[in-house]
Ligand binder design. Structure first.
Ligand SMILES: *Cc1c(COP(=O)(O)O)cnc(C)c1O
Length: 391
């Protein structure tokens, strides 16, 4: 049978699925694998959101199709959240759109903007979904190399002029997966200026907007004066409210882009279950105290593992947000051989940096989504390892 398209046949296997298979194989041999590979919080969704879902699910009016752009209650809650959190005004009718998670939205946005052959500037290393989405849309990728020396914040002079001319959009993601880097508002000013000068749409992925540590607060690109002319921003309840399985997110910003994406989506999906949207509205309208206490849990885990890794001689930049640590691999290893060593010798699964692009080489991403007790076990096991030529 010749039924599968070239496009799909050429999709790289979703890396996390492959790691999952290796984990299962070891578990079948009776090994207690600690999975620090997965990029999802382990904590439960706050109870008040579950209660809201139960209540909304009982109402027959919520069993119908949602309006194509999402229900007004949710869009209004998003606009209100932006006003409170960032001081940014959004028109809930025209500048806000419900998504069935950011991943869906990113794919469809790229379909909305690209013609075959158009290029997109993507962070390298970056979230692998961006690259796949560009591939499926028949587009080309231009690398935006993110480097440790610059704190993994973009240096736009690294993009060649002749490449830039083909580019239609640029993606950024801060607080960053996988590098854990964070930015200041001034970095978004630079990004918007660059987008304006080169006639690009700036797409900022803020999946970790509320998972921040200490007194650091993640800014929004839309706080830059005039940003809505050049940018859209993605938000998701997945990470901040521990709602990955609920599939609920949003995109805000440029009206024309939002309208076009809404038109595309109205032909593909019919938005999210109304009860999920209404419960998500209640989440965003809340005092965000639960989000804060979840962030504190991630911060404590981060501190614990950060100090342990540093003590055994591994180099780690201390993050101000996200649910990860981005760890330099010791001399004599590649990201893959180091990840393989951890898995085979001590049953710890981490993600090799190369999975996030060529510039991820030399790093592994360690997820903080296990309990402190489990992290103590991780630390105990790590201390038993010997590295080639020390660290
Ligand atoms: C997890 C993640 C997403 C996906 O979020 P969903 O709303 O669950 O689809 C998007 N971007 C980044 C960088 C992520 O880490």
């Amino acid at each position: 049978m010749q039924a599968i398209s070239e496009k799909v046949k050429r999709l790289p296997p979703y890396l996390f699925a492959e790691l999952g298979r290796k984990k299962t194989a070891l578990q079948k041999k009776g090994i207690d694998v600690i999975d620090l590979g997965i990029g999802a919080p382990d904590l439960p969704t706050p109870k008040f959101i579950i209660d809201a879902l139960i209540e909304e699910a009982q109402k027959p009016e919520n069993h119908r199709y949602s309006p194509y752009s999402g229900c007004f209650e949710f869009r209004k809650a998003i606009a209100h959240f932006y006003k409170r959190q960032y001081g940014v005004e959004l028109d809930p009718e025209k500048e806000v759109l419900t998504l069935i998670g950011s991943k869906e939205g990113l794919h469809h946005l790229i379909q909305t903007i690209l013609n075959p052959g158009d290029a997109v500037i993507l962070p390298n290393p970056g979230y692998p979904v961006y690259r796949t989405a560009v591939h499926l849309a028949g587009g080309k990728v231009i690398d935006l190399p993110l480097q440790a020396e610059q704190g993994f914040v973009p240096d736009y002079t690294l993009i060649k002029k002749e490449e830039l001319q083909k580019a239609k959009m640029m993606l950024l993601n801060y607080p960053s997966n996988p590098t854990t880097a964070t930015v200041q508002l001034n970095d978004y000013l630079k990004a918007i200026t660059f987008a304006k000068e080169n006639n690009l749409l700036l797409v900022n992925d803020m999946a970790y907007d509320l998972i921040t540590f200490g007194d650091y607060k993640a800014p929004s690109a839309l706080q830059v004066e005039g940003a809505k002319k050049h940018a859209v921003e993605f938000g998701s309840l997945s990470k901040s409210f521990n709602m990955t399985g609920w599939r609920i997110g949003y995109v805000v910003g440029n009206k024309k882009v939002i309208q076009a994406l809404a038109t595309l989506k109205s032909n593909i999906d019919s938005s999210q279950f109304l009860a999920v949207q209404k419960a998500a509205a209640i989440a965003l309208e809340s005092d965000l105290l639960e989000v804060k206490s979840h962030s504190q849990i991630f911060e404590e885990r981060m501190e614990l593992l950060y100090h342990a890794l540093t003590n055994i001689g591994l180099k780690v930049q201390k993050p101000r947000g996200t649910i990860f640590l981005w760890v330099q691999v010791p001399k004599g290893y590649t990201s893959m051989s180091f990840a393989e060593k951890l898995l085979q010798e001590v049953g710890i699964l981490v993600t090799p940096g190369i999975a996030f692009g060529s510039n991820g080489e030399g790093y592994v991403r360690i997820s903080l989504s296990v309990s402190k007790e489990r992290l103590q076990e991780v630390i105990r096991r790590l201390k038993t390892i010997e590295f080639k030529g020390g660290t």
